[in-house]
Design a protein around this ligand. Sequence first.
Ligand SMILES: Cc1cc2nc3c(=O)[nH]c(=O)nc-3n(C[C@H](O)[C@H](O)[C@H](O)COP(=O)(O)OP(=O)(O)OC[C@H]3O[C@@H](n4cnc5c(N)ncnc54)[C@H](O)[C@@H]3O)c2cc1C
Length: 384
Amino acid sequence: MEIVEPGRMRPVLRAPLAQTTLSSILAVCPGVNVDGNNHAEDDPRIQIDPVFGPTARVMRGFASDDDVRLRAAAGGGLSALAIYLVESGTVDFILHVAASKFAPMRSTRHVSFDRAQVMEGAQSRYGPVAPLEDVVELLDRGQRFAFIGKPCDVNALRNLARIDGRVNELVPYMMTFSCGGFPDELYYTRFLSRQGVRFEDLTEFRYRGYGFPGPIYARTRDGREVKETYLEFRTYPWTSQFRCKICPDHSGEQADITVMDDWPGGRPIRDERDGFVIIQARTKRGEKLLIDAHRAGYLRLEESSLGAIYSTQPHQIPRKRGAIARLAALVVTGARLPRFRRIRLLKAGLSANPWFHLRTFFGTVGRMLRGDGREAASFARGGE
Ligand SMILES: Cc1cc2nc3c(=O)[nH]c(=O)nc-3n(C[C@H](O)[C@H](O)[C@H](O)COP(=O)(O)OP(=O)(O)OC[C@H]3O[C@@H](n4cnc5c(N)ncnc54)[C@H](O)[C@@H]3O)c2cc1C
């Protein structure tokens, strides 16, 4: 996986692929295949919300450890769960992401065996990264691990589970966060230009954290520090890949646990405050993990509700409700369709009015006619 203009991660072909390999890749790729069934729906105790998916329990809280809470993206919910899992010996390691040591604006897959390593990977990384790039080699180790990634990363791992039985055996927990998408890397290189900082000189780059949400921050070799507050930074226009615009699963319906920012209205009104997260346990297994981590003192939690998710994630509601109209727009413009199955698109769509669907449909038709849905078909290297 490599970064290509304008700052997107794409697969690069190193050698010609056998047809069977290509078929496996397409079966696993979350850009092509999303199957919303995480088997939670087989359990009558799980409530299925058409927009926010399977829900066993919703809680609100933060990491009990002040340092975890401060350094994390929001309240340190994911980091606290990860630390609990490794310190209790429930899993051998956590697979997630962290800043690249060589190019800190970029991110790499990260494997954590202890608290310090988990915290190296804390915070949201709003840039492209492929946490599963060597997951098959990690499965070869035969150790148990928990996975933290974007909803699409979880989609990929669930897809892989269908063709590699070791996933269900060795990965007992998959955790994610509500994902509003992320901008092309160009958005961040512009931040560097505004601040007069060069990409090559960076020694640290944080997208948020140290406050809730905390600033975007960069430090250079000569010790210079630059930052912009979250509220200021987010006023600059951004572009992102088309696939995120038709995403049917922004809230990570296939995960055991989804964690999200506790901002009623979906946006922070202050640049810094003590972090809080809303945690949606989707499976009974996820719910048990949450309660165990709480009882063991890793998380401070109180009961919350699906209503709190609707209130803190208003931007995700039209995304799910409109996914069906966006797919219809792909059909009429002759585009290739991804396979989105068992993710309740029709049911979610029915809760929106016809004007909303018409606007969404024509919006996507417009994007397609402008060519937004296209990009160079091949990233093959060496003329492959
Ligand atoms: C691209 C992106 C979009 C988001 N959009 C929303 C949103 O619309 N609404 C909302 O409520 N929350 C959103 N979040 C999540 C939010 O920023 C917090 O991460 C979330 O609330 C969890 O906070 P925390 O303190 O528990 O996380 P932390 O304890 O800081 O842990 C975060 C974990 O996520 C992993 N991680 C971070 N970035 C990535 C990445 N790019 N790919 C894979 N794994 C990653 C880290 O390795 C770490 O383990 C988004 C995050 C990202 C990365």
